[in-house]
Ligand binder design. Structure first.
Ligand SMILES: *[C@@H]1O[C@H](CO)[C@@H](O)[C@H](O)[C@H]1NC(C)=O
Ligand SMILES: *[C@@H]1O[C@H](CO)[C@@H](O)[C@H](O)[C@H]1NC(C)=O
Ligand SMILES: *[C@@H]1O[C@H](CO)[C@@H](O)[C@H](O)[C@H]1NC(C)=O
Ligand SMILES: *[C@@H]1O[C@H](CO)[C@@H](O)[C@H](O)[C@H]1NC(C)=O
Ligand SMILES: *[C@@H]1O[C@H](CO)[C@@H](O)[C@H](O)[C@H]1NC(C)=O
Ligand SMILES: *[C@@H]1O[C@H](CO)[C@@H](O)[C@H](O)[C@H]1NC(C)=O
Ligand SMILES: *[C@@H]1O[C@H](CO)[C@@H](O)[C@H](O)[C@H]1NC(C)=O
Ligand SMILES: *[C@@H]1O[C@H](CO)[C@@H](O)[C@H](O)[C@H]1NC(C)=O
Ligand SMILES: *[C@@H]1O[C@H](CO)[C@@H](O)[C@H](O)[C@H]1NC(C)=O
Ligand SMILES: CC(=O)N[C@H]1CO[C@H](CO)[C@@H](O)[C@@H]1O
Length: 457
C-alpha cells in the first residue's frame, strides 16, 4: 500500500515536471490573458489532465497541480488557473504562496461520493466531530500550515453540492461529521475574495488557528432549509477581516468560535481582533452574527459595523453554558439595520451540548463588555432575550441608541432579562430594569481604539 502511494507521488512529480516544462513556454501568454495575476508563475488545471464537463472526477489533477505549484514556493509562488467549465473534484490541499484563480463561469464542484472526502481526526479544540462523535470528513479545499494563499477569481463559483450530505444527515446515513467547503488550519496571510460559495455540506469558510485572514467581496449561499449550514466561522484565529460580502445560509451567517469545553480550554487558543464591516446577512434558522456557543478558548476584541440583517431567526446571539470556561468580551457592534427577525438580540447561558459526558460545571464562562449601538430594526418580534447564568451573571452589557419596531403583539414584553447587568440609553422599546443598575453609567460601555487596516493585501 505504502509503496503504491510512493509510486503515485513519484509519477505525479514526473508528470508535473514534464508538464511544467511544457507550460514554461506558454506562461507569458497567460500572463497577458489573466489580468490581476500577481504571481510570477501560472499553471492551468487542464495541463494536469482535468476535464471540465461536470462528470469527470478531477481530484488527482487538482492534487497534482498543487504539488507542482509547490516547486515555485520559493520563487514568488504560482497561480493555479481554473478556466470556464464545471470541474468536479474530491478533497484537495493547497500549498503556500499559491493563488487559486477561478475564471468567470468556472465552477469547482464537490464530488457527491463521500469516499472523495477522506476521513480525518476531529479538530483538536473540539475533540469530536460536530454532527457525530469521532473523526470527520476532510473539507473540499484545505490549507494546513500554510502562508500567503489567495483564493480568488473573476466571480467563479465553488459549489459543495451539499444536498447529498444534508440528506445523509437527515436520514441518519452519515457515518462521520460533514465536511466544510474551505478550511485552513495553522495558516497565515490568507485572502479569499471575488468568488461565490454555494451549498457547502456544513460550513463554507472555516479558518482555524490562523492569523491575518481577509475575506472580501464574497457571496455565500446555501438552501435556507438545509440542516445547520454556517457561512464564515473564524475559530481560534487572530486578525480576521470580513468585508463587503453577502451571506445567506440556514444556520449562522458568521459564527465566531474558539473550541468546545475541556478540549478548547486545554488548547487555549483565543479568537481575537476580528473586524466585520459592510456585510449583508441572512440566517434563516440561526443568528446572523453568533458568538459561541463553542468559546472555551476565549473571544475578544471584536469590531463590527455597517451590517444589514434580514429574514433571520436572530440578529445577534451570544451563546455559552456553565461548563464551557473561556470568555466573550470587548465586543462593539454598531450601525446596523435589521428587518424581519424573530429575536433581535439574544444572550443565552444554558446552551448545554457537550463533546462527551466528562464536563466540569465549575468552569464558568465570562461574558463582559459587550456594546451594541446605533441600530434600527423593523418587523421584529422580540427585541431581546438576555439570560445569563445563575451565580455567574453576564456583565457590562451596554445598549445605546437602538430603535426596534415590534410587530408581534402576541409577546407581552419586548425584552426579558435575567442574571445580566449593564447600561442602556436611548433604547426603544424601553429595555428591562437589569440594564439600569443604580450606579452604572455610560463609562461601562466598551469602545475599541479606531481600527487600522490589516497588513494583508
Ligand atoms: C493533505 O494534507 C493533509 C494534512 O497535512 C495530509 O494528511 C494529506 O496527506 C494531504 N493530502 C494530499 C493528497 O496531499
Ligand atoms: C509547518 O511549516 C514550516 C515551514 O514551512 C515547517 O518548518 C514545519 O515543519 C511545518 N509544520 C508541520 C506540523 O507541518
Ligand atoms: C467583486 O468581485 C467581482 C467578481 O467576482 C468583481 O467583478 C467586482 O469588481 C468585485 N468588487 C470589488 C469591490 O472588489
Ligand atoms: C456509511 O457506511 C455504510 C456501511 O459501510 C455505507 O454503506 C454507507 O454508504 C456510508 N454512508 C456514507 C454517507 O458514506
Ligand atoms: C477583486 O476584484 C477587484 C475588482 O476587480 C480587484 O481590485 C481585486 O484586486 C480583486 N482581488 C483579488 C484578490 O484579486
Ligand atoms: C416580517 O418578517 C417575517 C419574518 O421574516 C416575514 O415573514 C414577514 O413577511 C415580514 N412582514 C413584513 C410586513 O415585512
Ligand atoms: C434554557 O433556558 C430557557 C429559558 O430560561 C429555557 O426555556 C430552556 O429550556 C433552557 N434550556 C436548557 C437546555 O436548559
Ligand atoms: C443612532 O443610530 C442611528 C442609526 O444607526 C444613526 O443614524 C444616528 O446617527 C445615531 N445617533 C447617534 C446620536 O449616534
Ligand atoms: C460612572 O461610574 C464610574 C464607576 O462605575 C464612576 O467612577 C464614575 O464617577 C461615574 N460617573 C458618573 C458621571 O456618574
Ligand atoms: C444570582 C441571581 O440573581 N440569580 C437569578 C438568575 O435568574 C433566575 C431566573 O430569573 C433567578 O431566579 C435567579 O435568582
Amino acid at each position: 500500500m505504502k509503496r503504491l502511494w510512493r509510486l503515485q507521488v513519484v509519477l505525479s512529480w514526473v508528470l508535473a515536471v514534464v508538464l511544467g516544462s511544457v507550460h514554461g513556454h506558454v506562461r507569458r501568454q497567460w500572463g497577458e490573458q489573466v489580468p490581476r495575476e500577481s504571481r510570477p508563475h501560472s499553471v492551468t488545471i487542464t495541463e494536469f489532465g482535468a476535464v471540465g464537463d461536470g462528470r469527470t472526477l478531477n481530484t488527482l489533477p487538482f492534487q497534482n497541480a498543487v504539488f507542482y505549484a509547490r516547486s515555485f514556493a520559493d520563487k514568488g509562488g504560482a497561480q493555479l488557473y481554473v478556466p470556464k467549465g464545471r470541474w468536479l473534484t474530491g478533497s484537495f490541499n493547497l500549498t503556500s504562496h499559491l493563488t487559486l484563480f477561478l475564471e468567470k463561469d468556472a465552477i469547482i464542484m464537490g464530488a457527491e461520493e463521500s469516499s472523495q472526502w477522506p476521513i480525518v481526526e476531529p479538530l483538536p479544540s473540539y475533540g469530536q466531530g460536530l454532527d457525530l462523535p469521532g473523526p470527520r470528513h476532510r473539507s473540499l479545499i484545505n490549507g494546513y500550515n500554510l502562508t500567503d494563499v489567495v483564493i480568488t477569481g473573476n466571480n467563479g463559483l465553488i459549489d459543495g453540492q451539499g444536498s447529498v450530505w444534508w440528506n445523509w444527515l437527515r436520514s441518519h446515513e452519515l457515518n462521520h461529521s460533514r465536511p466544510h467547503l474551505v478550511e485552513f488550519l495553522y495558516s497565515e496571510e490568507i485572502v479569499i475574495s471575488n468568488l461565490t460559495f454555494l451549498n457547502s455540506p456544513a460550513w463554507s469558510i472555516h479558518p482555524m488557528y490562523c492569523s491575518n485572514v481577509k475575506v472580501h467581496n464574497v457571496t455565500i449561499k446555501t438552501l435556507l432549509d438545509a440542516p445547520l449550514t454556517d457561512g464564515i466561522v473564524p475559530d481560534s484565529c487572530l486578525n480576521v477581516c470580513i468585508e463587503d460580502s453577502t451571506i445567506s445560509v440556514s444556520h449562522e451567517a458568521i459564527s465566531v468560535k474558539s473550541g468546545w469545553d475541556k478540549y478548547g480550554i486545554s488548547i487555549g487558543r483565543p479568537t481575537s481582533d476580528i473586524h466585520i464591516s459592510r456585510v449583508d446577512l441572512q440566517a434563516s434558522s440561526g443568528a446572523a452574527l453568533a458568538f459561541g456557543s463553542e468559546m472555551s478558548g476565549g473571544i475578544s476584541c471584536i469590531h463590527v459595523d455597517h451590517l444589514r440583517i434580514h429574514g433571520s431567526d436572530k440578529g445577534f446571539s451570544f451563546k455559552t453554558t456553565p461548563d464551557r470556561g473561556g470568555y466573550i468580551k470587548e465586543v462593539v457592534i454598531s450601525d446596523v439595520e435589521i428587518d424581519g427577525i424573530r429575536v433581535a438580540i439574544e444572550f443565552i447561558g444554558n446552551l448545554s451540548s457537550h463533546p462527551d459526558d466528562d464536563f466540569d460545571p465549575s468552569e464558568l464562562p465570562v461574558i463582559d463588555q459587550i456594546t451594541l449601538k446605533n441600530m434600527v430594526g423593523t418587523n421584529i418580534s422580540v427585541a431581546g432575550v438576555l439570560s445569563g447564568i445563575d451565580g455567574d451573571p453576564f456583565t457590562a452589557i451596554c445598549l445605546s441608541n437602538l430603535s426596534f419596531s415590534i410587530t408581534d403583539s402576541a409577546h407581552s414584553s419586548p425584552w426579558s432579562c435575567s442574571n445580566v447587568s449593564g447600561y442602556s440609553e436611548s433604547v426603544f422599546p424601553e429595555p428591562c430594569s437589569e440594564l439600569y443598575a443604580p450606579f452604572s453609567n455610560s463609562s461601562i460601555c466598551f469602545s475599541l481604539p479606531s481600527y487600522s487596516a490589516l497588513a494583508v493585501a
